[in-house]
Design a protein around this ligand. Structure first.
Ligand SMILES: *Cc1c(COP(=O)(O)O)cnc(C)c1O
Length: 408
């Protein structure tokens, strides 16, 4: 896979990673060895840094000399993570945050002001909806939610105050696929910035910046960690915008822990291998479910009858690890399938080696009103699975138990 298409990193042709492919950058980008010569990235578990003398302290504080001052501002392990993400996304720079939600919040606070307007896909992570409607609203930033695959709805939602467009693709849980290049053109025609939450694909499968997006945000908690250990987030894009976000983080405090950054660095080393394995397992499970008599419908962009199939095939290098499906029946039948599993974990997290299963209507999307749920297609018989790395036949057998119980 060629990477990064817009190649900001490394910028210097004398850098040994100049022009390197994604797999190489995922393993090596951003590392600088200390005098100890450690092979694995060093974990700088320190909150502050010592200065050689009072002059150096004064110069570091004033910013006239570059260097570390305090880990809310900079930390070498966190910086390695930021540089590696920037390299993978083909971004000029990146800044890490304490969680995915902090990445979204900090982007909005840094780039918006009272009176501004957001146009957002209605199929975004539930907490993003809560953040925009309940909290940003309090500070005079309003949001209009649109059906993400209806481009005339996107067009119609812009007002002269629209500054930011926010989208997740593929979406959670129905795997709606949005044309990033097309949405970037629409956003730019209205002088708005397009922010893409690239959590579900990661840069291993999709490069929003190369498609025209202005900023990428991530919950590193998911596939970047890949084993469900740490919370974190990151914002990647041009220095012009990311520096604004960085400025806010330094003042407000949602910085990434160096320990978490170190875990994410280890996760990134296997990112593409994992994403391909997740995608392979998800495809197999989607096909099996689609042929099952007790399954009403499967939502996975890898299936040829999914509305977003052709677009996803063009825009992504694989279809990802998340799928959802409707069982015949309602809540009772869906809960029965979930409760009959013995391998899958009943948890809302995703992007883990362990497969997770959840009932969106009563958990991740439980805070939506009945109308919002109906609008977003979150029915009572819907189940979401974030397919992990276990053997696919064991996963099928785990679901067959619950589906078989009421087979006619
Ligand atoms: C989990 C998630 C978030 C929020 O990330 P946290 O790390 O939990 O704060 C944002 N967007 C998407 C798509 C997510 O799945």
């Amino acid at each position: 896979m060629p990477c990064p298409p817009e190649g900001y990193y490394p910028m210097d042709e004398f850098d040994p990673l100049f022009g390197a492919a994604l797999d190489t950058l995922a393993v090596r980008a951003g590392q600088t060895r200390s005098h100890e010569g450690e092979h694995s990235e060093a974990l700088y578990l320190t909150s502050s840094y010592v200065f050689a003398n009072a002059r150096e302290a004064a110069d570091r504080f004033s910013g006239s000399q570059p260097g570390n001052v305090y880990s809310r501002y900079t930390n070498p392990t966190v910086r390695t993570f930021e540089e590696r993400i920037a390299a993978l996304e083909g971004a000029e720079t990146a800044v890490a945050t304490s969680s995915g939600m902090a990445a979204i919040l900090c982007t909005c606070i840094a780039l918006l002001k009272a009176g501004d307007h957001i146009v957002c896909s209605r199929s975004v992570f539930g907490t993003t909806t809560v953040l925009f409607t309940k909290y940003l609203q309090k500070f005079g930033v309003s949001t209009t939610f649109v059906n993400p695959t209806d481009y005339s709805a996107w067009e119609a939602a812009f007002t002269p105050a629209t500054r930011l467009v926010f989208v997740e693709t593929p979406s959670n849980p129905l795997c709606d696929v949005v044309d990033i290049a097309r949405l970037a053109d629409i956003s730019h025609a209205h002088s708005a910035l397009l922010v893409v939450d690239n959590c579900f694909c990661t840069p291993a499968l999709q490069k929003p910046l190369a498609l025209g997006a202005d900023l990428v945000v991530h919950s590193a908690t998911k596939y970047i960690d890949g084993q469900g250990r740490c919370l974190g987030g990151v914002v990647a894009g041009p220095r012009q915008y990311v520096d604004e976000v960085l400025g806010f983080i330094r003042s407000a405090g949602p910085s990434m822990s160096p320990f978490n950054a170190w875990v994410f660095l280890k996760g990134l080393e296997t990112l593409r291998l994992r994403m391909e394995a997740h995608s392979r397992n998800a495809m197999s499970l989607a096909q099996w479910l689609a042929a099952h008599p007790q399954v009403e419908k499967v939502f996975y962009a890898g299936l040829p009858d999914h509305l977003g199939h052709a677009l996803a095939a063009r825009q992504q290098s694989a279809f990802g690890g998340v799928l959802s499906f409707r069982v015949n029946g309602g809540r009772e039948e869906a809960w029965k399938v979930i409760d009959a599993t013995r391998i899958m974990s009943l948890t809302a997290n995703l992007g883990d080696a362990k497969t997770t299963i959840v009932h969106p209507a009563t958990t991740t999307h439980g805070r939506l009103s009945p109308e919002q749920k109906a609008d977003a297609g979150i029915t009572e018989n819907l189940i979401r699975i974030a397919v992990g790395l276990e053997d696919i036949n064991d996963l099928k057998a785990d679901l067959a138990r619950g589906l078989g119980d009421y087979r006619v």
